[in-house]
Ligand binder design. Structure first.
Ligand code: ATP
Ligand code: MG
Ligand code: FE
Length: 358
């Protein structure tokens, strides 16, 4: 079956055609980054208006690239949430219109689960069906989320922990902004850090139970990334020259050390959870999973008996292939959404993933 996926939860307008849940025939992404960069971050109303303009050409592009017509599409899957409501509403309304106009079923999918599913695209069906894959531990690390989710073979899921303040991507974005490096911060920070000394400066590793600060058990798998940004602010103030800015020669080591603190906490907590819950697979997904230092660290530290699945970079940041792929699992159960579904901003409690179980 062919599923058309549509994504508009943040600042990328995306459409994709996916066959039978895994085979990505096309994945088109129109990024609005340039439009938002001048504001130093994503402006929800601006995002909504850009989606309104981009959606039709992006969907047409995805169909054309896949070499299929709307007639051949079996169902339309669309991101329902979490995300920016004005942005979500445009994609959701567009998908409803398309579904109604073409007599196709509609499937509302969860963007957070779609990020996890992105790690399985372009793969044979076997991996998810194989009992040896479970328990599966997923780290979703993006601009809005930093979460550890444990998933069993039958699809039963529980969130082990999440950030109690900023997401890791947010920490990188805000850090870059503070240093005047531009938006989005993640890729810029990675580039700036290249060749720098990641151990030159010691940025905090919150909720890791360091010196004299015992960690509350409920925070064992939680994250906190707002303190590191404050530490960067003090670091800049401490080293500032007459112009109040960080001297250029300290920038590289500063960014490398900052990025290292983020990577260190993410990998340590994930590997601790994997060990304590006997995970057979670790999935790393979401925009920050693009980060080379994070990927290399996971590759270096993941024990041999644990399968590491780093989502392909093109499926880490927002895309619609992960939406169309996930949508197929609803389609095969004919679990369609009514045309009056609403968008949602926050992640609901997840107890079952839709791509496993009956
Ligand atoms: P969410 O999925 O949580 O709603 P989002 O959709 O904005 O948020 P994604 O598109 O999945 O998130 O990821 C964007 C985030 O990924 C940004 O914070 C960005 O800085 C970060 N990012 C992208 N590339 C890299 C990289 N190479 N290194 C680190 N961070 C990166
Ligand atoms: Mg984005
Ligand atoms: Fe996302």
């Amino acid at each position: 079956s062919l599923i058309l996926g549509i994504e508009s939860s943040c600042d990328e307008t995306a459409a994709a055609v996916v066959r039978d849940g895994y085979q990505v025939l096309s994945s088109c992404v129109a990024s609005q980054i340039a439009k938002h960069a001048v504001h130093g971050g994503v402006v929800p109303e601006l995002a909504a208006r850009e989606h309104l303009v981009a959606l039709n050409p992006v969907v047409e592009g995805a169909l054309r690239e896949a070499g299929v017509t709307m007639k051949e599409i079996d169902a339309i899957a669309v991101t329902q949430g979490p995300g920016l409501i004005p942005a979500l509403l445009v994609g959701l309304s567009f998908a409803k219109g398309l579904a109604m106009g073409n007599g196709k079923p509609l499937i509302g999918v969860n963007h957070f689960i779609a990020h996890i599913y992105g790690a399985f695209l372009d793969e044979a069906h076997g991996v998810l069906e194989n009992p040896a894959t479970y328990p599966l531990l997923a780290l979703v690390v993006s601009g809005g989320h930093t979460s550890l989710m444990l998933i069993e073979r039958d699809g039963k899921a529980r969130q082990l922990g999440c950030t109690i303040d900023d997401a890791a991507g947010e920490a990188l974005d805000k850090g870059a902004k503070l240093l005047g490096l531009g938006y989005p911060g993640g890729p810029i920070m990675q580039k700036t850090a290249e060749g720098g000394d990641p151990h030159k400066y010691e940025f905090p590793r919150p909720l890791t139970g360091g010196a004299g600060k015992p960690l509350a058990p409920e925070n064992l798998y939680n994250f906190s990334f707002s303190g590191i940004k404050t530490a960067l602010l003090y670091h800049v103030k401490h080293h500032a020259g007459a112009d109040g800015k960080l001297p250029a020669e300290l920038l590289q080591d500063t960014v490398a050390s900052y990025q290292e603190a983020v990577v260190d906490v993410l990998t340590r907590k994930t590997l601790l959870a994997a060990k304590n819950f006997g995970a057979k697979t670790i999935v790393v997904a979401g925009g920050v999973a693009c980060n080379s230092v994070l990927r290399e660290r996971f590759e270096a530290l993941t024990p041999k008996h644990v399968q590491l699945r780093l989502a392909a970079r093109k499926y880490c940041t927002d895309n619609a292939a992960m939406v169309g792929g996930l949508g197929w699992h609803y389609h095969r159960k004919q679990a369609y959404s009514p045309l009056n579904i609403d968008s949602f901003a926050r992640l609901p409690q997840i107890t079952q993933v839709p791509f496993l179980g009956e």
